[in-house]
Write a protein that binds this ligand. Structure first.
Ligand code: RB5
Length: 230
């Protein structure tokens, strides 16, 4: 089944939206939530609500929102429960946001990126899938709990760590361990590279010393010959 994508923009993103619809429409099912005509006085929250609700309510799989900077649309979209929106103006964030954070709305700034970059960002975002890995699921649950958190209630950090939730604590430790191991591996690799560089430097120094010695011998020999000639 083709991916269903709701798209929306204010006047700041109107032209880019039209072009993205033309480009992406060949590969995904696009649901255009407006604006349907350029209106210099329209307000981005009006289309954000339509795209956000379509995503949160399951009418579509993903959303793309475009305004001038992408910021206003992003701020507004994240007020809608079930929406995880972000401005991504680099392709790494556009796919990693989905893989790790289950990003479901991509926000773009038409005054920041051109149509080619915007197309690549949208493709990276739409092709990516949430990894479903345990640590990402755990974090996602904590993010979701923020939507229902009440003032004065313990936040996700407290529920996991300071409330003696041993399973969550163990998972956090496991996670820290993974990250530490990765850092150690990186350090070892760097040390190895440094050692290789040092060995190379030693070799060069040795070669220089041998050359110096040979030169000195030549000089002495030449001096000897000069003395002989005097
Ligand atoms: C409209 O001028 C502009 O403020 C809007 O498109 C967006 O950039 C807001 O973040």
């Amino acid at each position: 089944m083709r991916l269903r994508v709701a798209i929306g923009a204010d006047h700041g993103g109107f032209e880019l939206k039209q072009e993205l619809i033309r480009r992406l429409g060949q590969n995904v099912e696009i649901v255009d939530k407006g604006a349907y005509a350029y209106d210099a006085h329209d307000d981005y929250p009006d289309t954000v609500i339509l795209v956000g609700r379509a995503v949160a309510g399951g009418e579509v799989d993903r959303g793309v929102l475009i305004c001038g900077s992408g910021v206003g649309a992003c701020v507004a979209a994240n007020k809608i429960a079930g929406v995880r929106a972000s401005v991504c103006h680099d392709t790494y964030s556009a796919h990693q946001g989905v893989e790790h954070d289950d990003l479901n709305v991509l926000c773009l700034g038409a005054r920041v990126v051109g149509v080619e970059v915007a197309t690549e960002l949208a493709v990276a975002f739409l092709m990516a899938r949430f990894s479903g890995e345990e640590r990402h699921l755990r974090r996602l649950e904590k993010v979701k709990s923020l939507e229902t958190a009440q003032e004065g209630q313990p936040g996700p950090e407290q529920t996991a760590e300071s409330h003696g939730d041993s399973e969550a604590e163990a998972a956090l430790e496991e996670d820290d361990k993974e990250e530490e191991e990765e850092a150690e591996e990186e350090e070892e690799k760097e040390d190895e590279e440094d050692e290789e560089d040092e060995d190379e430097e030693d070799d060069v120094e040795e070669e220089d010393a041998v050359e110096d010695e040979a030169e000195e011998e030549d000089d002495e020999e030449a001096e000897g010959k000069e003395d002989d000639a005097r």
